[in-house]
Ligand binder design. Structure first.
Ligand SMILES: [Zn+2]
Length: 607
């Protein structure tokens, strides 16, 4: 959260008339506590997307929606809006056959002997073998010459590479090489040189000597365009024997880090690698309902006002995102502040408005998949149940249960010129010390709505010690002030409901870019859609005034090539960015619908 402007809204309570309170304080207060305690209880097991705990939480929210008289969205019969996602990959039985000229093939299988890499294509490939050392390629832009493929012909071959990076190289060299040692990067380098497959072996001089690489948690839906597996030293032995060298001696040569140690073809042996990768598709559920307008909507501009919060959390923290210490690993991550607090606030707003006249529909949204990358809200705005042009505004609540010193942060205020004044008016009754931040590029669901050009806000009471740890529990919530957050937000909703003019959306230029380490150096102004399953890089948006927008790229375009590098997924893109230079135009090939187009993008320096 950098580059945000902190604006403390001055209070001018004396000269303005307070609006009628929307809340019945005591009833709301006790209900809010019950919501948080229930959602954050052990029974819900941390509400991991797609888990039984997530389903229990959805059931609870739905029963609350029914109690207050909310309905499923028009044309739907269920409050649940399911979306599918890749929850990880597993090996479905990968095999390796090694054939020496003139003899019968030797077959290897079993998880400790040969195992697909999580990003491998699920396919079969055969070919001759080339040992390519550590399989490292450092882009020229780094002014450091290291290319494991220099002088090697790997076209239509299967390359064998060591895991990690040279063990005996000096500190500085290791620091550079380590950045390119990710197996995805090695796979991309091999593929772009024409290799059909890649085998990874952990050398005898490295940590985890001889062991296969565990399949990692990976939400990428598409494969990398290469068949790739790691193999044990046992499976590698017959290949090495054909070369007439010992594996340890070979590794030792490459371990010097000397870029002139060359790889070599292994004669008289071919392998057939049959990788079987099962990408585990799971279903998460957004829960969305609405309180219909109580008066005819004729002539009402943008008839929907939306409030939302994610209700999913990290489960036991085993799939990434956990900040648990070693002593609390695998425990239930309760997520009381993150984000039972926001979910309870949306329920409280619904409760309040269920008893009051409504000139617009009030949409009540509970997102799942937020912790895995805004999956639920992204699915909603990508295929909205009604045109988003009908939504006058979206208010988001993520971590609002830890008010300290009366301070409340409201972000994304740059999405409409109307927000500062509207917040100031609504805050007269609530009386918070508001901190307004214009930047809508926040790591929460508000980002999805900003990308969809909906005027939006997100409320936040700040990070804390227990963030993403099992200890984010219900007893640490400041309930009194949590209820006040709901009151303030209800004041905003009331004004949005009643007002003839709606907030006009303003596109905020993004100063910082999230994503891979390449982003540290240069700025392209692209907003990748991390949840897509297309081959290539789908743009979820472009940053106003940035290089991508200047190049004519837009939301929905799919980049398939940049600077001569083919792009099949987000990782390729991240690595391809390493090859770009600040101020130097790069050719970009992209698909707009079924139309293949070209443009030139000139990256600028990151500020
Ligand atoms: Zn979180």
């Amino acid at each position: 959260m950098t580059n945000t402007k902190h604006v403390v809204v001055a209070m001018a309570a004396a000269c303005l008339v307070a609006s009628t309170p929307v809340f019945s304080q005591t009833a709301t207060s006790s209900r809010t506590r019950t919501h948080v305690e229930t959602l954050a209880s052990d029974k819900f097991e941390g509400r991991l997307t797609g888990s039984p705990g997530e389903k229990l939480a959805a059931d609870y929210i739905i029963s609350e929606l029914k109690r207050m008289g909310a309905r499923p969205l028009p044309g739907l019969t269920d409050f649940r809006l399911p979306f599918t996602f890749t929850a990880g990959s597993k090996d479905g039985g990968t095999t390796l056959a090694i054939t020496k000229a003139g003899s019968a093939p030797q077959l290897f299988s079993g998880a400790t002997t040969v195992q697909a890499l999580s990003f491998s294509d699920s396919a079969e490939t055969s070919g001759a073998i080339v040992m390519a050392g550590y399989g490292l390629v450092v882009p020229e832009s780094q002014n450091f010459g290291y290319d494991s493929y220099a002088g090697l012909d790997v076209k239509d071959k299967i390359v064998v590479v060591f895991r990690y990076f040279p063990e005996d190289a000096d500190q500085q060299t290791r620091a550079i090489l380590a950045r390119y040692a990710d197996l995805r990067y090695k796979a991309q380098a091999a593929r772009q040189r024409g290799a059909k497959g890649m085998l990874v072996v952990t050398g005898p001089r490295s940590p985890n000597a001889g062991a296969v690489v565990p399949m990692s948690f990976d939400t990428a839906i598409a494969g990398s365009g290469l068949v790739a597996a790691s193999i044990s030293s046992e499976a590698f032995a017959p290949i090495m024997a054909a070369s007439g060298k010992s594996l340890e001696a070979v590794q030792k040569e490459f371990d010097s880090g000397n870029p002139h140690v060359a790889g070599f073809a292994i004669p008289d042996v071919t392998v057939t690698l049959k990788a079987n990768v099962i990408r585990q598709q799971q279903t998460g559920n957004n829960v969305v309902g609405y309180l219909p307008a109580t008066a005819p909507l004729t002539g009402v501009n943008k008839p929907w006002v939306a409030v939302g919060a994610h209700y999913d959390h990290l489960g036991r923290g085993t799939t990434g995102g956990s900040l648990a210490g070693k002593d609390e690993a695998n425990q239930i991550h309760h997520g009381a502040d993150d984000n039972a607090s926001g979910s309870a606030t949306v329920l409280a707003i619904g409760d309040a408005f269920s008893q009051q006249p409504r000139k617009r529909h009030l949409l009540l949204a509970f997102w799942s998949g937020e912790e895995l990358g805004l999956l639920g809200s992204n699915a909603f705005v990508t295929k909205p149940p009604f045109p988003l042009e009908q939504m006058s505004a979206y208010l988001n609540f993520d971590m609002v249960g830890r008010v300290a010193g009366n301070k409340l942060t409201v972000q994304a205020t740059g999405t409409s010129a109307m927000w500062p004044r509207l917040l100031e008016q609504a805050n007269i009754a609530a009386g918070f010390d508001l901190v307004l931040q214009e930047d809508p590029y926040q790591p929460t669901d508000v980002g999805s709505f900003n990308t969809a050009s909906v005027a939006c806000l997100t409320f936040f009471t700040g990070a804390h010690q227990e963030y993403h740890k099992p200890s984010d529990t219900a007893d640490k919530i400041n309930y009194e002030d949590l209820v006040r957050v709901g009151e303030l937000a209800s004041g905003v909703v009331r004004r949005l409901m009643d007002s003839a003019d709606v907030p006009q959306f303003t596109k905020v230029e993004q100063k910082t870019e999230t994503g891979g380490r390449a982003g540290l150096r240069l700025f392209t102004g692209t907003i990748p859609d991390y949840a897509s399953d297309v081959k290539g890089l789908l743009l979820g948006g472009v940053i106003g005034g940035g290089p991508a927008e200047q190049a004519g790229l837009a939301k929905g375009d799919v980049i398939i090539e940049i600077a001569g590098q083919s792009i099949t997924n987000i990782y390729d893109y991240t690595y391809a960015l390493e090859l770009l230079k600040i101020g130097e135009p790069a050719k970009v090939v992209y698909m707009r619908g079924s139309d293949k187009r070209e443009t030139t993008l000139t990256p600028s320096a990151r500020k």
